[in-house]
Write a protein that binds this ligand. Structure first.
Ligand code: AKB
Length: 321
């Protein structure tokens, strides 16, 4: 991994993966791209930014060629809730975008990281300790694109030798960029609203368990997998990974330890509730642990403490803004 391209670099994960990779591999070796326009922060941090719509294969091709890219972190995607509102867009971006990246990676011999998701599972999948290999019959368009993406990445590996790798991410919790239209977004919104207004109205039922992960663990999983010894990887696309599994009521109780008068209310959104109900409660991530040493650093308690500390600084003192 010497010359890196990130697509979707202005999204929730991309915004932090960008600086993480630049610190690790050198500023000059990481090229960030997004369909949105570059932020002032990125320019001030000295990063290189290129405008890329992943549906424009020619554009991806010319950036990969220009910077002699050898590894692509392909994060550009439409998430679950937006996907259900616009299934055609989700299919186009998530599948055609990935196909473009894989085709160029085939020609240029690039390694490709593609995140899959807990959404790659569906209502007929075992909900607890969801195995690495099990039934995958999702009923959301986002989930369909994730299963297709996993299979497509496997195909490019076995047929063409493209070094494809991926993880099935749970909901990602972070304090820098907001998530963009997912079902797990409540677990980020609750911190902002809790600190600003001491109350939050949750769009999921209080007993909806979902896998979650704090951003530092998500960055660690991404990079550790890409740096892993390829001879140990049996489940390249994609590994179950998890760090925490909780429901909204448990998270609210944890937040009350820091904001005692925090009030949690519920106004369930049937569409997002149906999506969440079709996903597992908790994944079994033993394949990731065995094959590349996956081990998270944050549980719900540790994540909540750090989120509250970091967000207080961001929201009330302008640090980290
Ligand atoms: C979403 O909620 O759509 C994402 C995901 C779990 O993939 N955060």
């Amino acid at each position: 991994m010497k010359r890196i391209l990130i697509t979707g670099a202005l999204g929730q994960i991309g915004s932090e993966l960008d600086s993480f990779l630049r610190k690790r591999y050198g500023n000059e070796n990481v090229i960030s791209s997004d369909i949105k326009s570059v932020t002032k922060e990125m320019i001030s941090q000295g990063g290189t930014f290129e405008h890329i719509d992943c549906l424009d294969a020619q554009r991806i091709y010319s950036v990969i060629k220009k910077y002699k890219i050898d590894t692509v972190f392909h994060l550009a995607a439409v998430l679950s809730a937006i996907g259900e509102k616009n299934p055609q867009l989700a299919w186009k971006v998530n599948i055609n975008g990935l196909y473009n990246v894989l085709e160029i990676a085939r020609e240029y011999k690039c390694a490709v990281f593609t995140p899959s998701s807990i959404a790659a599972f569906g209502p007929s999948t075992p909900k607890d300790n969801t195995p690495q290999e099990t039934t995958q019959r999702p009923n959301t368009i986002y989930g369909l694109t994730k299963v297709t993406g996993e299979l497509l990445c496997d195909y490019y590996y076995t047929k063409y030798g493209v070094d494809t790798r991926g993880v099935r991410f749970p909901g990602i919790i972070s304090h820098i960029a907001l998530p963009g239209g997912g079902t797990t977004d409540y677990a980020v919104e609750i911190f902002y609203e809790g600190l600003k207004n001491k109350k939050y109205t949750c769009f999921l039922n209080k007993d909806t368990y979902l896998d979650m992960m704090y951003m530092p663990d998500a960055l660690k999983a991404t990079v550790n997998l890409m740096e892993a010894d390829p001879s140990r990887l049996k489940h390249r696309n994609a590994y179950n990974v998890t760090a925490e599994s909780f429901n909204p009521e448990q998270l609210a109780d944890e937040i009350k330890k820091y904001i005692p008068d925090f009030e949690m209310n519920y106004n369930v959104d049937p569409m997002r509730q149906a999506i969440a109900d079709s996903w597992p409660n908790r994944l079994d991530d033993s394949a990731a642990r065995e094959e590349w040493g996956w081990s998270p650093d944050y549980n719900m308690e540790g994540m909540t403490k750090d989120m509250i500390e970091k967000l207080k600084l961001k929201l009330f003192t302008n640090v980290n803004n």
